[in-house]
Design a binder for this molecule. Structure first.
Ligand SMILES: [Zn+2]
Ligand SMILES: [Zn+2]
Length: 367
């Protein structure tokens, strides 16, 4: 049995397919055949600049994936040959006794000091086959989809999970509330559809570029969705769109730039939850972005809440899985048009397309 892995030789480099012999399955392991990978903005960043967490080059990247179970090792009962499974990116550290990732852990994998992720420390899914170790099979993040479920949707389990983590860490901030999404990229587009499914009262989408904002509004807008162009009047225009409320209840910052935070804090008012969803990383690391908060007048008396999630735990993966199989995001396929579909020998083209300012979700077909 052979696997073909597409190694990226270095940041900014090229992908080269290399055939490797697969070991026989050990107890508890499963063999997966990759069916789809979708491209994350972090893959674009890894492609351009690398990532400190990737210590070894050449490297196998791509972490948003769905696969078919091709063989199961001795003792595996959770999965059968032929199952379609979606995978998460943040994975347990592999220590069964870990207080975060182990059998009796909290499940907060990204808090583990030995945290690892597919496409980072653990090989990604730019490969035709993968063998998952027993702890991955047993602890997750791996979810089975019903027979006949769309592989295009199953590979988006992980990015959807990341958004839902941010939207559900604090209770009662989406349903019947006013939601502001900063940016109109894929994370905001998942959040928009999720907020609609969760019954938000109004959703205000803020974006600099008119083209992408129009695409998202056209395909995902409804009577509760408003688009606001991010220009010099953005703060007053967003606050006007919040009426009859004076401010939004939830602000999700989905732009990986300091300007996004500077805008987000200007929108925070009475009872606002701000979700610092997009981290900011540059060639010189993670910049300090300072903001003064009055713990008494703002946090206590105005009930403001500053929170964040990054990556996804089983909580987000389970929620995303449930929403996908219950068709709660009925328009999700519109996130990928014909210019956003590629084959496995076009990874570089796919990453370039994901880098375009008008693209939403690029999918690579491995079938
Ligand atoms: Zn991702
Ligand atoms: Zn751990």
């Amino acid at each position: 049995m052979k696997n073909t892995a597409y190694y990226l030789n270095k940041p900014g480099g090229t992908f080269t397919p290399i055939e490797e012999e697969l070991k026989p399955l050990a107890k508890g392991e499963i063999l997966l055949k990759t069916r789809r990978t979708s491209v994350c903005q972090s893959d674009v960043v890894i492609y351009k600049h690398g990532l400190p967490r990737i210590k070894k080059w050449p490297s196998v990247i791509l972490h948003e994936a769905c696969c078919e179970v091709q063989a199961v090792g001795e003792g595996v009962t959770k999965f059968q040959v032929g199952d379609l499974v979606g995978l998460g990116c943040d994975i347990p550290c592999g220590d069964r006794d870990c207080i975060y990732c182990g059998d009796n852990g909290t499940g907060d994998w990204t808090s583990c000091p030995n945290t690892q992720a597919t496409g980072h420390e653990f090989a990604g899914f730019a490969r035709t086959h993968a063998i998952l170790p027993n702890w991955f099979v047993e602890l997750g993040p791996i979810k089975k989809f019903p027979k006949g479920f769309s592989a295009d949707q199953a590979c988006q389990l992980e990015p959807l999970a990341c958004g839902l983590e941010g939207m559900t860490r604090v209770n009662n901030c989406i349903t019947d509330r006013v939601v502001v999404l900063i940016g109109a990229g894929s994370q905001s587009t998942y959040a928009l559809q999720s907020a609609q499914a969760m019954g938000a009262r109004k959703i205000i989408l803020v974006n600099r570029g008119k083209e992408r904002l129009e695409r998202v509004l056209k395909d995902f807008g409804n009577e509760k969705t408003v688009g606001v162009i991010w220009d010099e009047n953005v703060v007053e225009n967003v606050l006007a769109a919040c009426k009859p409320f004076n401010e939004p209840h939830f602000v999700m910052m989905n732009v990986p730039a300091q300007a996004g935070y500077e805008l987000a804090v200007k929108l925070v008012g009475y009872g606002t939850v701000i979700d610092a969803h997009a981290g900011v990383k540059g060639p010189n690391g993670k910049p300090r972005i300072a903001h003064e908060v009055d713990l008494n007048n703002d946090i206590h008396y105005k009930l403001q809440c500053y929170q964040a999630t990054h990556g996804s735990s089983m909580h987000g993966i389970n929620l995303a899985h449930k929403m996908l199989i219950e068709s709660k995001l009925p328009n999700i396929d519109k996130m990928t048009n014909d210019t956003e579909r590629f084959k496995k020998d076009q990874i570089l083209e796919a990453i370039h397309r994901a880098n375009d300012s008008d693209s939403l979700k690029v999918i690579i077909d491995w079938d």
